[in-house]
Design a protein around this ligand. Structure first.
Ligand SMILES: *[C@@H]1O[C@H](CO)[C@@H](O)[C@H](O)[C@H]1NC(C)=O
Ligand SMILES: *[C@@H]1O[C@H](CO)[C@@H](O)[C@H](O)[C@H]1NC(C)=O
Ligand SMILES: *[C@@H]1O[C@H](CO)[C@@H](O)[C@H](O)[C@H]1NC(C)=O
Ligand SMILES: *[C@@H]1O[C@H](CO)[C@@H](O)[C@H](O)[C@H]1NC(C)=O
Ligand SMILES: *[C@@H]1O[C@H](CO)[C@@H](O)[C@H](O)[C@H]1NC(C)=O
Ligand SMILES: *[C@@H]1O[C@H](CO)[C@@H](O)[C@H](O)[C@H]1NC(C)=O
Ligand SMILES: *[C@@H]1O[C@H](CO)[C@@H](O)[C@H](O)[C@H]1NC(C)=O
Ligand SMILES: *[C@@H]1O[C@H](CO)[C@@H](O)[C@H](O)[C@H]1NC(C)=O
Length: 414
């Protein structure tokens, strides 16, 4: 099981040569409705032991040595004491003090996720806090997070669920007043006082989509999305892929998957996905300097379509409370089981934000028909993305906890 143990010091020097990001990214348009991936198999569950050792254990802790930051970091080279807490295994508890930011207070939430502004006025779904079974995780502290990101570049790479998470992080950080904030070009965000930049690269498959004029597109299973190479020396890289590995989003595998010059006439999505993940893993292992960069992988977020699928009029409206009975949760996605196997074979230490279970409970967290545009009752619903504020806030809480624990030594109480 993945546990927050053996995390040691996460720190590094900001590169002197890093230039600010100014690239515009290709926006894969209209990811309005993502795909409900049928989680079928749940058998491969292997006992994995992810290594959470720090790639930064012998460098100067550039962000940690500042008494005014109030963050208690341990010195370098210290192996972190273990804890038996899996912070991703737990339940949601009602907490009046949530959400962290107001339902219409953050201007950087895409229309598509702005459920409150789009007319969703039941607010109970905002009042839950993730409670691991074995320990507590700290509430997101924007000031501490900013300190940890001082002089750093953090880059999200993935599908529109990454956009969900990225915007949630920006909204969290904006709660910390006293910083200048600038919206750079496209999905680039820059916090001037902290010289911190956060970017989002839209790469729904992680590997390269290949479109020739007047030709049907293919997906290059053997090539990483090209934009990513510009960001390989970021301090934090947070990857994900998942919802697009669906027969319908990939031409049912017919003449869609390509390796080298070969376009496979009929490849199953499972085979293609595994190949793509291996391409990603290899890219990370050969391109990421682990002294500088900490790699994260954010897991699969469950969808909650009722009475149909994403493309067959499935719905999730009128869901105003989470699932409470764990037995009713969807089984752990095979996509993530494959991912766990791939990560276990990598030489780069990857922190896996295993959010799948926490999302499985939250049938109440999707935009459903409050997904922007004209409110069309009876129209197509979004039961894949999440309202903001909302569930992706907890992913940033996991990110925050991981950074904090990896910096200060997994000081969790059981
Ligand atoms: C991730 O969470 C799932 C479901 O809660 C669990 O089955 C799986 O073992 C976890 N993976 C790791 C690596 O801990
Ligand atoms: C800002 O941070 C970058 C690294 O992300 C660094 O290269 C640059 O020198 C920093 N600029 C200032 C003004 O501190
Ligand atoms: C850590 O730093 C010390 C001196 O600061 C050096 O002697 C040692 O070789 C370094 N270890 C690694 C693994 O870089
Ligand atoms: C951290 O700060 C302390 C006290 O201000 C100082 O003695 C120490 O050298 C600093 N360490 C680093 C790595 O900058
Ligand atoms: C410590 O943080 C404060 C603000 O929180 C900042 O003004 C100061 O420059 C920082 N010092 C160092 C050495 O980073
Ligand atoms: C999705 O795929 C299934 C089977 O692969 C097919 O029956 C269905 O018609 C597809 N839906 C769309 C919108 O293409
Ligand atoms: C494509 O592969 C699927 C599953 O492997 C198989 O059921 C189907 O018959 C194949 N179709 C063609 C045209 O080869
Ligand atoms: C890796 O990053 C560290 C810290 O930024 C740097 O000192 C080192 O030269 C880098 N190694 C390579 C091979 O680029």
């Amino acid at each position: 099981m993945l546990r927050l143990q053996n995390i040691s010091i996460s720190k590094h020097l900001p590169s002197k040569t890093t230039t600010l990001i100014s690239t515009c990214f290709l926006l894969i348009s209209s990811l309005l409705i993502l795909i409900n991936y049928p989680s079928t198999t749940n058998t491969l569950l292997s006992t994995l032991s992810f290594q959470f050792f720090s790639p930064f254990s012998n460098t100067t802790n550039s962000f940690a040595n500042n008494s005014s930051s109030n963050v208690d970091y341990t010195p370098s080279n210290k192996k972190i004491h273990t804890t038996n807490c899996d912070i991703f295994d737990g339940r949601w508890v009602y907490d009046e003090s949530y959400p962290v930011y107001g339902p219409s207070s953050c201007p950087y939430v895409d229309h598509q996720f702005s459920c409150f502004n789009n007319g969703r006025h039941d607010l109970g779904y905002l009042k839950y806090r993730w409670q691991p079974y074995g320990c507590d995780i700290p509430r997101f502290d924007a000031k501490k997070m900013m300190e940890m990101l001082r002089g750093k570049r953090l880059v999200f790479v993935g599908d529109s669920l990454s956009r969900n998470m990225c915007q949630s992080l920006i909204c969290h950080l904006m709660e910390f007043e006293g910083q200048s904030y600038r919206d750079g070009s496209f999905y680039n965000y820059y916090f001037k006082d902290y010289n911190c930049s956060i970017s989002l690269i839209i790469a729904p498959f992680l590997v390269q989509e290949h479109r020739l004029p007047n030709k049907k597109g293919t997906l290059r299973l053997d090539t990483m999305e090209a934009t990513i190479s510009k960001y390989r020396d970021a301090d934090f890289l947070i990857f994900n892929t998942g919802h697009w590995w669906n027969p319908n989003k990939s031409e049912n595998g017919k003449n869609f998957y390509q390796e080298g010059d070969v376009v496979h006439s009929n490849m199953t999505v499972g085979v293609a996905y595994t190949k793509a993940l291996k391409t990603w893993a290899k890219w990370v292992d050969t391109n990421v300097n682990t002294t500088k960069t900490q790699v994260f992988y954010r897991g699969y977020a469950n969808t909650h379509f009722r009475g149909g699928d994403w493309d067959t009029k499935g719905t999730c409206n009128n869901e105003i409370t989470p699932i409470t009975d764990e037995k009713l949760l969807k089984p752990y996605s095979w996509l993530m089981q494959t991912l766990e196997t791939v990560i276990s074979e990598m030489k780069t230490p990857v922190i896996y934000l295993n959010i799948t279970k926490s999302t499985a409970y939250r049938k109440d967290g999707h935009p459903s028909w409050y997904r922007g545009g004209k409110l069309r009752r009876g129209g197509i619903q979004d039961c894949s993305h999440w309202c903001l504020p909302g569930i992706p806030d907890s992913w940033n809480q996991f990110l925050y906890a991981s950074l904090l624990f990896s910096s200060k030594g997994a000081n969790m109480t059981s």
